[in-house]
Design a protein around this ligand. Structure first.
Ligand code: UDX
Length: 443
């Protein structure tokens, strides 16, 4: 089976490589010539465990191809996945210009029946817009060609993208067409062989499923962050509360870890887009508004704790462990480290940072003046960052930060202050070791 995937971002590249690994002949299309050339040579532009060897292997086996030409890719296949970006527009809605530009080009070059698959996260009603855009081009050409537009949202997590794609909890496919349904079942048969993971539903149902899933997870996090702040104020340990409620099978243990706020490319963008959809549909998004507001505020909590513990941070040296929005990725999109570090720099502190993967990507997020004037210092070793610091602030729970050499940490810091934005350390143990420790809701 031959398929095309348009867009080689996170979702497109992972999907393309995984389909190729399952024996399909895949052509990935991207408008960025330099990126396509690098991908052909097996160099991938993002850090994602297992992806680079997978891409190299599939390219070497002739299963995976890269091109800048959508018509060339279309000539060789009849299933076209659209996996281009849907950034947040000025009003909070998902900006569909890239999705619809691809649809237009498909309409310009379509020759035979094809299934066009919306893989990008797109608002309810987008499949209708994609269909109309393609049809308009066919009408301009004066041709009549049958085609179907299917919604197939992707649920993979960064840092575990290949695994998630290969072993999905479910494969959601929205289509009303029997013909498209049969083709999509064939596309995914290897991913659904032992257990039937495929859920067929209406196109709009599938579009909403993706937003509802991400909004539900974001809600769990914001809820738990609010409980943690209450715990802080009421002398309660949120870790005990987390265990206490997670054991209820109706609640569950996942996604109830309080911290310094959720980030990444999906939750912030998708919650905003769903709020926008709600307004357009004339439904008041009370819950979603609160989820967003709590998250925006949560990103200030660690800075407030730092300022409270250090007093005036002007002239102080603050070490930061972790820049990426979560472990396992170099992605800095909406990372809580950005507002925290910016606030500390603006208040006159010197900030010494370390991250195992996101050092390069993070440099784009801070004004060059901070590095030039020596206030923002990048350290290649996590212990260089804490040397003579007035506090250590942990913002991303990478494994290498979880069990550090505490004696060395204590000896390196000028003042033994640790602010743990991810609740990875044990407050009692930290106190016994001689640290002034503060977590999120840890009493
Ligand atoms: C998410 C969804 O999980 C995935 O299904 C969807 O396809 C894309 O969006 P991702 O953005 O890769 O995936 O990250 P995820 O692991 O879900 O974490 C999102 C954010 O929530 C991170 O900032 C993380 O630190 C935070 N988080 C997660 C918490 O603060 N507490 C938790 O308990 C869980």
């Amino acid at each position: 089976m031959r398929i095309s995937v348009v867009g080689t971002g996170y979702v497109g590249l992972v999907s393309g490589a995984c389909f190729a690994d399952m024996g399909m002949n895949v052509t990935c299309v991207d408008i960025d010539q330099a990126k396509v050339q690098r991908l052909r040579e097996g160099h991938i532009p993002i850090f994602e465990p297992g992806l680079e060897p997978l891409v190299k292997r599939c390219v070497a086996q002739g299963q995976l191809h890269f091109t800048t030409s959508l018509p060339d890719a279309m000539a060789n296949s009849n299933v076209y996945f659209i996996a281009v970006g849907t950034p947040t527009g000025e009003d909070g809605s998902a900006d569909l210009q890239y999705v619809l530009a691809v649809a237009k080009e498909i309409g310009e070059h379509l020759k035979d029946y094809a299934v066009i698959v919306d893989k990008s996260t797109v608002p309810v009603g987008t499949a209708d817009k994609v269909r109309a855009t393609i049809q308009a081009e066919l009408d301009k050409r004066g041709v009549s060609i049958d085609f179907d537009v299917v919604s197939n949202p992707e649920f993979l997590k960064e840092g575990a993208a290949v695994d998630d794609f290969m072993k999905p909890d479910r494969i959601v496919i929205g289509t009303e067409s029997e013909r498209a349904r049969a083709i999509m079942a064939e596309v995914y048969q290897e991913f659904s062989r032992n257990h039937n993971k495929i859920m067929f539903m209406g196109v709009r149902d599938a579009e909403m499923t993706k937003y509802a899933a991400n909004a539900m997870l974001a809600t769990k996090i914001s809820f738990m962050n609010e409980i943690a702040n209450l715990c802080d104020a009421m002398d309660v340990d949120v870790e005990q509360v987390r265990h206490g409620i997670g054991s209820d099978s109706r609640i569950g243990y996942s996604f109830i870890y309080p911290g310094c706020g959720y980030g990444g490319s999906c939750f912030p963008k998708d919650v905003k887009a769903l709020v926008r959809m709600a307004h357009e549909a004339d439904v008041k998004p009370y819950v979603l508004d609160a989820v967003e507001a709590r998250n925006a505020d949560q990103k200030k909590v660690v800075a407030a704790k730092t300022q409270r513990l250090l007093g005036n941070v002007k002239g102080k040296r603050i070490a930061v462990w972790g820049l990426a929005f979560k472990p396992g990725t170099d992605d800095m999109r909406e990372a809580p480290s950005i507002p925290f570090i910016t606030r500390m720099l603006e208040a006159g502190a010197t900030v010494c940072v370390h991250d195992p993967e996101a050092m390069t990507t993070s440099k784009r997020e801070f004004a060059p003046k901070w590095i030039e004037n020596g206030q923002l210092i990048y350290c290649n070793n996590q212990f260089d960052a804490v040397k003579d610091a007035d506090a250590l602030v942990l913002l991303t729970e990478w494994k290498q930060y979880r069990q550090p050499d505490f004696a060395r940490l204590l000896a390196s810091l000028k003042a033994p202050v640790v602010i743990d934005g991810r609740n990875v350390y044990n407050p009692r143990r930290m106190k016994a070791l001689g640290f002034t420790y503060e977590g999120i809701g840890r009493r």
